[in-house]
Design a binder for this molecule. Structure first.
Ligand SMILES: [Zn+2]
Length: 187
């Protein structure tokens, strides 16, 4: 059955379709009119069902309204929040620092876990929160730029999202720690 006859297949298909249509017309008492009437009746019933009243307890009614308002407010805040970053708690004695991508990074090495990673301007030491390069998009979903608000300098224009940049910096830090262990005298 490997022979292909597209034209013949189309003709056969058309004939089968015509046979089915005439069979339906033959079987249904009202022909096509009853089919359209049935479709109309279904949508009419659906409309009546949608606009019908529903009895709901007041607490549920108001609860649903408050939840939807909260949902909308949350979405709006989410859309307009275009800067992001962790709040940095200063504990200079415990913190380590290093330079990656033209930015001074500080972090805490908590038993091998890199925590509290934060970016700073290498020039004035202001903490930098990255900004989304796509306007109105959360930095978790857009490429970010690290710009010093004081120096008005673009420090690092990334093609990655904030968490991708921070993930790479963490791996750079781990690499640096391993490197320092291998060459303890070099520094
Ligand atoms: Zn600066």
């Amino acid at each position: 059955m490997a022979d292909k006859h597209p034209v013949r297949d189309k003709v056969v298909g058309g004939l089968i379709l015509a046979a089915i249509i005439s069979f339906i017309t033959f079987v249904l008492p009202g022909g096509w009119g009853s089919v359209f009437h049935g479709v109309y009746q279904f949508f009419h019933w659906l409309w009546l069902w949608l606009v019908a009243d529903v009895v709901v307890a007041r607490w549920l009614f108001w609860g649903l309204i408050i939840m939807s308002v909260g949902f909308v407010v949350g979405i709006v805040f989410h859309i307009f929040e275009s800067s992001g970053g962790t709040d940095y708690q200063i504990k200079p004695v415990k913190d380590s620092e290093g330079f990656f991508f033209g930015i001074r990074w500080r972090w805490r090495n908590d038993a091998g876990h890199i925590q509290n990673l934060a970016a700073f301007c290498p020039n004035c030491d202001l903490q930098i929160h990255p900004w989304a390069t796509r306007p109105g998009v959360n930095p978790e979903r857009s490429p970010v730029i690290y710009r010093c608000d004081d120096c008005q300098r673009d420090l690092y224009d990334s093609r990655d999202t904030r968490s991708q940049v921070e993930d790479l910096v963490m791996r750079k830090i781990q690499q640096k720690i391993r490197d320092d262990k291998r060459n303890p005298t070099a520094a």
